[in-house]
Write a protein that binds this ligand. Sequence first.
Ligand code: GRG
Length: 281
Amino acid sequence: MGRNWRPCLLKPKMQKQSYFKKQKALIDSMLDKILPKNNQRPVVIHKAMRYSVFPGGKRFRPLLCLEVNKAVGGNGKLALPFAAAIELIHCYSLIHDDLPSMDNADLRRGKPSCHKKFGQAIAILAGDALLTLSFKLMSKAGDNTGAVKAIEEIADAIGTNGMIGGQAVDIEKKKRTTNNMKYINTHKTGALIAVSAKVGAILGTDKKRFIDTMFRFGQDIGHAFQITDDVKDNEGYAKLVGQKKAKEETMHLIENAKAHLNIFGKKPVGLCKLADLIINR
Ligand code: GRG
């Protein structure tokens, strides 16, 4: 398996930076537009919000939303605010996950985590505010049927049946069985990734076949995303089943995900790149 672990021919760095440059700029520009300026009162909370969103990481989830939208025939206009909203939600989850009462992380994206820089109370509020702002951004899409459905899907995916549920089970630190670990991985990290793909599809087509298939694509890469993280840190699932098996499962999930792309005939390049990015990040 070792030799197959990095199957992409592009150098990882190139993969990360070049192909999605334009879409990343669009996402960042929308985030910049919606976030209150640093000098707007109350300054401290707005600074903390921007600090946690910029310069940003890979923007994986919003890119996934936009690439799925393009693949199913959407023009990206409606999907862009949703993609940006998903990134706000992701940033909120990172701030809260880094708190001393959760993962207690001092660093995030190569700089002090939000609570290290602004203190715990402001970090909690900054997370809350990013989450709230994400729903305001999505609500701007109007009463378009797809948009309302997309908001509902996102709310489900980040609530107690999704991301928060996964985080709660993780925090409980119950016995680490493979079943428990699978639940944690598919909910804590996987649910937001899966819904990013689903929402991209909902906002680009009303064909259920495509929406369902893109959801499954998102589920597979979402699951693979967390196992890869566990492998990197030799924690969680990887620690439980061993590096070799965990890597094999990741490869299997990525292969499965790519097989879902057969629905398009020719596999969309952007979605293949995003799937590969999981093992090359
Ligand atoms: C606190 C409500 C609440 C939820 C937290 C999503 C989550 C639940 C926790 C994420 C914590 C975490 C670090 C999980 C591991 C997965 C991971 C590496 C996430 C980071 O996502 P990337 O790699 O980060 O997409 P960038 O910086 O690129 O955006």
